[in-house]
Structures are given as C-alpha cells and as structure tokens.
Design a protein around this ligand. Structure first.
Ligand code: IPM
Ligand code: MN
Length: 360
C-alpha cells in the first residue's frame, strides 16, 4: 500500500535498477528518462544503482544471482526491472534463479496488475471501449504451484514420475486476500472484489481460498464480493470484461489470466506490473519479457516500462507524479501512437519516451 509522502522534506529514494536482458535496457532507459523528469517536476530526488543480473552475466560468469544480492536489495526503497530471459539459456534457470528468487526471498507476496484500455483502437475485442476494460488483478506471488514443491522419481526411465504440488497456506492466502480487500476499498471504482478459483475441482486448495476470502470479507462490509471459476473468467474477459473491478487469485491462475488481460488492454507494449512486499522493498516491471528479436533496434514499446515506473512511484507515495505519468501515457497513446506493437508505433523507443516527458 502507499506510504505517506511527506512534502516538507525532499525525499531521496534509493532505486535498484535491473535492466536485464534483450530489450530490457532500452525500455528501462526510457522509464528512467520519465522518472528524472517527474523528480524535477514534483520535487523528489533519487539515487539509481545498476545491477547487471540476467542472461548475459550468467553466460559470462556462470552465476545467476550472487548470495549477497538479496541483502543488498533490502537496502533500497524500490526495484525497477526491465526483463529477464535469454535465448541461449535453458528455460527455467533465469526465471527461477533471478525473477522468482527475488519475489520469494524479498517476500514480494503480491503481484499487482492494473488492466486498463486507453484507446479502443488497440482492443482486439469488438465494441469494447476504455470504459469496459478497467480492472486490477491481485495475484498471490509466493505460493501455489510456483512454490517449487515436488520432484521426480525414476527420471529418464519409462516409469518416470513428476510431482508438482500447489502449496496454499492460510497465512499466505489471508495476507493476499486482505491486501486485495484493502486495495479495492482504497482504489477501485466499483468496490467489488471477485475471487477467481476452481472450487469445483481443486476442492482442497480453493476451499481454503474461499473460506479465507469469506472470513476476511466480514471485515469489509463496504465491498461487494463474488466468485468465478478460472475457466469462466477467461471467457468473460473476452465477452464481458466490464463486469470486473478487482480480482484476487492464486499464483498460477493469476499468471495465466493476466496475459489474457494484457491482450485486451492492447498487448505487452502497455502491460505493467508490480511485485509488492507491502512491508518491504517492491519490484516493478513491464510484463512483456525480453523480446530478443527486437533487441537493440530502438523499436520496442517503452510504455509498459514507463507505466511500471508510475506504479513504483505510487508505491513510494509519490501519487501526484504517478498520476501525471499515467495521464501522459494515456495522452501519448490516444493522440500519438499508431500501434502499441514493437516496430509499428510510428515512433522509435526513444521518441516515445520523449513524448511522455513532453506531456508530463
Ligand atoms: C510473469 C512471468 C513469470 C511468471 C515468468 C517469467 C517466470 O510470466 O511475471 O507473469 O510466470 O510469473
Ligand atoms: Mn506470466
């Protein structure tokens, strides 16, 4: 949640940058350009420290993340991540070794994904407008299938067994659900929170989710609640996205439905997210990945990274700056950009960053 912002002393935030792989550095560069301009305009300071974690460093040194990294990051006010993922590194190594390790070890137990369509030109759904697509997904970010519980038996034999278990604790669910209720109360338009699960099949895990959701809900009489199965939610995101306000769900379902949500808001070029530890350091990122084929061409869309920068500032309590960036992004999207996809924007990566700064 937002920390109070004291305007009487000029804040000096310590920000850790992990530009990472592929187009990560290009989009973080534009994000930092916008951050610098907002600092000037809204009267705060920051010190940015660069970390070179990612595929290139791994291929060079064999090290994914040094032991000291977690302790180092705890000294920062926020983290700003470009992308992790390298075509020459086997899937899982960087994802688990960097991204998931940071989420877990820094206790970033919320994955926050605001979903907003800025211009109906960019919505693949017929007849849907910005008024119809404006919701937030609160994804549990520390448990579920992502916890890594399981293993193999008889590997590489015909009897091979693979077990991957979903871990759901009352503690983990409750803190996530409580965050979602608070978020709904504080920021949402309709004061409506939907639990997304699969109570008809995953009768252990989502029974616990549902009971926790209902128990915590007793403290939030002002919030309307409902429940939807995850498969039905994917259908309704396409047919009736206007039904949703805030959705809370587990790690795996959240991963899947937020990619679908990104598409109906215009694609990966505009989708931003935060990995949040409400009591500690949080990490903000464009969710699109490293896009190797566009690397170094100055054609990738930096708006998702710029939007992640706005989320970062909101978490630090710089609400005015966050509002201004979001407004500028909306303006650039509605009045300038030809297409949100890489290479089709009508502008280069750098020019889009400049446009946002100009409209701040
Ligand atoms: C996301 C990503 C990650 C996830 C991957 C890269 C490990 O898809 O942030 O949604 O699955 O959580
Ligand atoms: Mn994902």
């Amino acid at each position: 949640m937002n920390r109070p912002c004291r305007k009487d002393v000029m804040k000096n935030y310590k920000i850790a940058l992990i530009p990472g792989d592929g187009t990560g550095p290009e989009v973080i560069r534009e994000g930092m350009k916008v951050l610098a301009a907002s600092a000037q305009k809204f009267g705060f300071k920051y010190e940015a420290t660069n970390f070179d974690f990612g595929g290139a460093r791994y291929l060079r040194t064999g090290e994914v993340l040094p032991e000291s990294a977690i302790a180092d990051f705890k000294k920062f006010d926020a983290m700003y991540l470009g992308a992790i993922g390298h075509p020459d590194v086997k899937p899982g190594i960087l994802e688990k070794g960097i991204l998931l390790k940071l989420r877990f070890d820094l206790n970033q137990y919320i994955n926050l994904r605001p979903v907003q369509l800025f211009d109906e030109r960019f919505c693949p759904l017929k007849g849907k407008t910005p008024a119809d697509i404006n919701f937030t997904v609160v994804r549990e970010n520390s448990e579920g299938l992502y916890a890594g519980a399981g293993g193999n038996l008889f590997k590489n034999t015909p009897q091979e067994v693979a077990i991957q278990e979903s871990i759901n604790t009352r503690f983990g669910i409750e803190r996530c659900v409580r965050y979602a209720y608070e978020y709904t109360r504080k920021y949402s338009r309709k004061k409506q929170l939907t639990l997304c699960g699969k109570t008809n099949v995953l009768t252990y895990a989502f029974d616990l989710w549902l009971r926790t959701f209902e128990a915590v809900g007793k403290e939030y009489a002002d919030i309307k609640t409902d429940y939807a199965h995850v498969d039905a939610i994917t259908m309704w995101f396409v047919k009736n996205p206007e039904w949703f306000d805030v959705i809370v769900t587990d790690n795996m379902f959240g991963d899947i439905i937020t990619d679908l949500a990104a598409m109906i808001q215009g694609g990966m070029g505009i989708a931003a997210g935060g990995n949040i530890n409400p009591q500690g350091v949080s990490m903000f990122e464009p969710i699109g990945g490293s896009a190797p084929k566009y690397t170094g061409q100055n054609v990738i869309n930096p708006l998702a990274a710029i939007g992640a920068g706005a989320l970062l500032l909101r978490e630090l309590g710089e609400n005015q700056a966050a509002d201004a960036i979001e407004k500028a992004v909306r303006l650039v999207v509605t009045t300038k950009i030809k297409d949100l996809a890489a290479g089709k924007m009508g502008y280069s990566t750098t020019e889009v960053g400049d446009l946002v700064v100009k409209h701040l």
